[in-house]
Design a protein around this ligand. Structure first.
Ligand code: C2E
Ligand code: CA
Ligand code: CA
Ligand code: CA
Length: 279
């Protein structure tokens, strides 16, 4: 789960038959996964570092295939992206998440905040804005309870277009965050220019907190930068008390990670919120 694959840069990646076979098998199965209803969404809590309360969830796609078994998104999302299947799959994730959000809000009487990942290709797709607008309207989701996570790589090219898109999303009332912050090539200049509310510091930096002074320095400066720009900072992949206490000292706002909870099934979200309330 969330293996080290995504954190590793393979400079020399020999395309063995096995690699290729696996990719082709994934692609073939992926083409029919939607119609066969093989996807589901899990939700990982996002927690306030100050008081330990759940402030929202991140929607994470899961795929269980009869031939391949449980396939990690780290493996199939890049293939979905390359083949264009991500457009239909991404639309399904948004629809399914909004449906769940609608039912949670109806059950609790208050909106539950959820962040959905948008892949670069999906972000640049033509009818993104109307499809988001229709989806939240269809399920009666409060726009401000939906957040979209976009990686830096989606932002580096076509700056003008990105700017217009982001302002369109904000005009709907939906929030924006930059995912995997620190792993892209982008300059910090765009942070000032784009209307985002949150930065998510990549797990790679959090993992090395406490072991590596450079990572601590990077996380520290990202947090102070964000503070100056009035952005919230979320640390991803927090696994130890030591990492959490360092983040607290650095005045990081929110965290996600196995230390608090792994992603959970949709039908456990309300009970987790209920348990958290009585803190
Ligand atoms: P991400 O958006 O950076 O999501 C965070 C990943 O870190 C998730 O992996 C999550 O399960 C994992 N994680 C959370 N806490 C911890 C921790 O304490 N330790 C460790 N080792 N891992 C932790 P997951 O669910 O396997 O997803 C991997 C990536 O796949 C995501 O990275 C995201 O880029 C992509 N992905 C997942 N769902 C979607 C989706 O619906 N749409 C798109 N476009 N991409 C998605
Ligand atoms: Ca994410
Ligand atoms: Ca991330
Ligand atoms: Ca990541």
């Amino acid at each position: 789960e969330g293996g080290s694959e995504e954190d590793t840069i393979h400079f020399f990646s020999p395309s063995t038959h096995t690699d290729l076979d696996e990719r082709l098998a994934i692609e073939a199965q992926l083409r029919r996964a939607l119609e066969r209803k093989e996807f589901r969404v899990e939700y990982q809590p996002k927690v306030s570092i100050r008081d330990g309360r759940i402030v929202g969830f991140e929607a994470l796609l899961r795929w269980s295939n009869p031939v391949l078994g449980e396939v990690s998104p780290v493996r199939f999302i890049p293939i979905a992206e390359r083949t264009g299947l991500i457009i239909a799959i991404g639309a399904w994730v948004l629809e399914e998440t909004c449906r769940q959000m609608g039912s949670w809000a109806a059950a609790t009487g208050a909106p539950v905040k959820v962040a959905v990942n948008l892949s670069p290709r999906q972000f640049h797709q033509k009818d993104l804005l109307p499809s988001i607008r229709d989806c939240i309207a269809r399920w009666g989701v409060a726009a401000g309870s939906l957040e979209l996570e976009i990686t830096e790589t989606a932002l580096v090219s076509r700056e003008q277009e990105v700017d217009v898109l982001m302002r369109g999303i904000r005009a709907l009332g939906v929030e924006l965050s930059i995912d995997d912050f620190g792993t892209g090539y982008s300059s910090l200049a765009y942070l000032k220019r784009f209307p985002v509310q949150r930065l998510k510091v990549d797990r790679a930096f959090i993992r090395d907190l406490g072991q590596d002074d450079d990572s601590a320095a990077i996380v520290h400066s990202v947090i102070s930068l964000a503070r100056n720009l009035k952005l919230l900072v979320v640390a991803e992949g927090v696994e130890t008390e030591e990492q959490l206490s360092m983040l607290r000292e650095m005045q990081c706002d929110e965290f996600q990670g196995y230390l608090f909870s792994r992603p959970i099934a949709a039908d456990r979200v309300l009970e987790m919120l209920e348990a958290n309330k009585s803190l």
